[in-house]
Design a protein. Structure first.
Length: 176
C-alpha cells in the first residue's frame, strides 16, 4: 500500500513538472522593458550626461548610492565607456557597446545572471527645446521554467528603477 501511494505521488509530481515545463515554453524568452521621459533641455546637454559613465553618478540611482565603490575605465579621450563595482558580493560590469549621435547601447553583466542590454535614445521634439529620452532594456531568459515564470514579473520588479533613473536625469539636467 505504501509503495503504491509513493508511486502515485511520484507520477503526479512528474506530471506537474512536465506540465509546468511545457507551459513555460509558451512564455517569451526575451523581455523588453521601456520607459521614457520628456526633458526641457537641448539634446546635446542631455547626451553629455548619458555619453560618459562618469556623469551617471549625477543621476543614476545605483551610481549615486555606490559612487565611491565604482571603478571607471576612461579612454584616451577622457570619456568613461565602462565601469565595475561590487554589489551584494557580486561584481557588476557596465560597458558601452555602441554610440551614435543620439543614442548609446550598453551591456550590464553580473556573475551568474543574464546579460542586460540597455539602449538609451534621445528624440528631439519638433519646434521646441525639449527632448524625449527613451530607455529600452532587453533581457534574454534561459529556457528554465522558473526563469520564464520570473520573466512574467520582471517588468514590475525592475521597471520602476529605470523610471526613477530617467526622472533623476530630468531633474539633474533641468536644474544644472
Amino acid at each position: 500500500m505504501n509503495m503504491r501511494l509513493f508511486k502515485g505521488f511520484f507520477i503526479v509530481l512528474a506530471g506537474v513538472f512536465i506540465f509546468i515545463t511545457i507551459m513555460s515554453l509558451f512564455i517569451p524568452s526575451r523581455i523588453m522593458i521601456s520607459r521614457a521621459v520628456v526633458i526641457n533641455a537641448p539634446a546635446d546637454k542631455v547626451f553629455n550626461q548619458i555619453n560618459d559613465l562618469q556623469n551617471w553618478k549625477h543621476w543614476q540611482p545605483v551610481f549615486v548610492n555606490d559612487s565611491a565603490n565604482i571603478k571607471f575605465i576612461t579612454s584616451a579621450d577622457g570619456i568613461s565607456n565602462s565601469c565595475e563595482w561590487n554589489s551584494k558580493g557580486e561584481k557588476n560590469t557596465m560597458q558601452f557597446t555602441q554610440k551614435t549621435n543620439n543614442s548609446i547601447a550598453a551591456t550590464l553583466k553580473r556573475a551568474g545572471e543574464n546579460d542586460v542590454k540597455n539602449t538609451i535614445s534621445l528624440l528631439p521634439l519638433a519646434d521646441s527645446n525639449q527632448v524625449q529620452v527613451e530607455w529600452n532594456v532587453l533581457i534574454k531568459l534561459k529556457w528554465y521554467p522558473w526563469e520564464k515564470f520570473y520573466g512574467i514579473f520582471i517588468e514590475k520588479i525592475t521597471g520602476q528603477g529605470y523610471e526613477d533613473a530617467l526622472n533623476s536625469l530630468k531633474k539633474y539636467v533641468e536644474e544644472n
